[in-house]
Design a protein around this ligand. Structure first.
Ligand SMILES: CC(C)(COP(=O)(O)OP(=O)(O)OC[C@H]1O[C@@H](n2cnc3c(N)ncnc32)[C@H](O)[C@@H]1OP(=O)(O)O)[C@@H](O)C(=O)NCCC(=O)NCCS
Length: 164
């Protein structure tokens, strides 16, 4: 069950410091890519991934998580396929259903946009996220064996998808 103090809304520019903080602390070798969160990073948003592409979870006035939803393709035949290109919850806010609430909100948004499919990638080692996606109706569409070398370990990448 999601904590009923949690609200989900579209991101705005002023969420950037909180989102950057989550980005730099939420990921580890089993979920993300250490190279992307090491060292200096100027901001969270970019030209191709601005506030409009994000829903955020707010708990007691604090931004504690985000989900990024983007068109997977930029051509007509691929219209209706959306990609979740990021989902993260602050470490100290986990286990309260916030990830689940963000996934529910993204399904509602995708349906509003007339999408027919949502797709995403997850490391096979990311058991918490895999369980969460499974509960939300995502199924494994493909396995990319030994796709990444992360901290010296070969990691399989899975493509998951949910039809709307
Ligand atoms: C995956 C992630 C977004 C889940 O966020 P969350 O807000 O903890 O999600 P929920 O509370 O909805 O569900 C988390 C699961 O962990 C369990 N859990 C319980 N206490 C927990 C805790 N203290 N910390 C983490 N998970 C906990 C929940 O019960 C739930 O298990 P279930 O799916 O078997 O019911 C979060 O762990 C995260 O940011 N991970 C790093 C980034 C990541 O892996 N993103 C996905 C990449 S594809």
């Amino acid at each position: 069950m999601t904590d009923n103090r949690v609200t989900i809304r579209r991101a705005v520019e002023s969420d950037e410091p909180a989102l950057l903080d989550i980005e730099l602390t939420a990921w580890d070798a089993s979920s993300g890519f250490p190279s992307m969160t090491e060292g200096e990073r100027a901001g969270f948003f970019s030209d191709r991934s601005g506030p409009d592409a994000h829903l955020v979870a707010v708990l007691d006035d604090r931004v504690v998580g985000y989900i990024r939803l983007q068109d997977k393709y930029r051509f007509r035949e691929g219209a209706g396929v959306l990609a979740v290109n990021g989902l993260a919850v602050a470490v100290d806010a986990r286990g309260h259903g916030i990830g689940s609430a963000l996934l529910t909100a993204v399904t509602e948004e995708a349906e509003r946009r007339g999408a027919r499919k949502i797709t995403l990638h997850v490391h096979s080692s990311n058991t918490v996220a895999r369980r969460l996606y499974e509960r939300h109706g995502y199924q494994v569409e493909g396995t990319h064996p030994r796709e990444f070398l992360i901290d010296g370990e070969e990691v399989d990448s899975l493509t998951l998808a949910k039809f709307l």
